[in-house]
Ligand binder design. Sequence first.
Ligand code: UDP
Ligand code: MG
Length: 338
Amino acid sequence: MEENSVKKKNTYYRNRNRGQRFYKNLKQYSFKKLSIIVPLFNEEESLKPLFEEIRKGVRNLQIRYEIIFVDDGSTDNSLKIIKELGKRDTRVRYISFRKNYGKSAALNAGFKKATGDVVITMDADLQDDPLEIPNLLDKLEEGYDLVSGWKKIRYDPFVKKYSSRFFNWVTRIFSGIKIHDFNCGLKAYRKDVVKSIYVHGELHRYIPVLAGWKGFRVAEIVVKHHPRRYGKTKFGISRFFKGFVDLITVIFTTRYIRRPLHLFGFVGALSFVAGFAIDAVLTFFWMFYHKPLSNRPLLLLGLLLMIVGVQLFAIGLLGEMMVHKLPAEDDINIKEQS
Ligand code: UDP
Ligand code: MG
């Protein structure tokens, strides 16, 4: 009897110490719950290994989590596999689109569904490394709202590597946001960010720009990148054209949506003044030196610039009229209030 109770006591203490040691090794965060969002389109081979790797990545974190798979209209067995994972682990949730809408739409749906106060996005193709999750969270804890991965050493085809470098350079100049890799799939966000940006079209490439211009603090850390293990890339050569068009959309909708006349009016006025100056000079020579105008093609250029200038200005004015109809509070990003 006596011996038995001593044994029990010892086991109790051993387990308690083990537990304490276990919890001491866990990393503490101010965040309560993490949502991991994985957009995917036909990635059946990668899903199971990815799931295991994610679990490894968050194992030592003292934080609850959920994994949200967003199946972007896959035509292979991806959805079936996700459902199986969901049966094994209740932290797995999913959304499945009826057809392929693109990565931006998938991310946006995931953002809406997320219940965590911190969100991580990562690609499903095992190119992003879930072991980077703690590093991203550490950086967020420094006070940033969005931390983007930087695939400093990346395993992608030559053409893509260099065109992407150029892309990033252009975006950096136009946006004023000083990071190197805008389109990295691996990113961490505070909840406020994902609930206040709207990602559509192919705008997922510019999420740091959308967030940065809304006043969120954006940072970057170098992350590990891997070659694609299964399947192939879902973005063809058209990504380059679309990328540039989207940059224009981003600039317009974030910078000028409230003041279209500043953009159209400025360009229009410039064009008008140039045209007016050209024709004024021609008129001067015609009046005082009797130079004929009929053999001066420049005259037409002047006219063209003036007409285009007036038109651009008028578009800007029309834009202003529409903006006045928009509710003002829509795009004001409130940090706190009581
Ligand atoms: N993806 C998606 N919908 C699409 C295209 C891609 O959800 O229409 C997912 C894809 O499954 C992957 C991630 O977006 O998880 C990144 O795609 P991919 O690896 O093809 O892009 P890359 O690494 O070549 O830039
Ligand atoms: Mg990839």
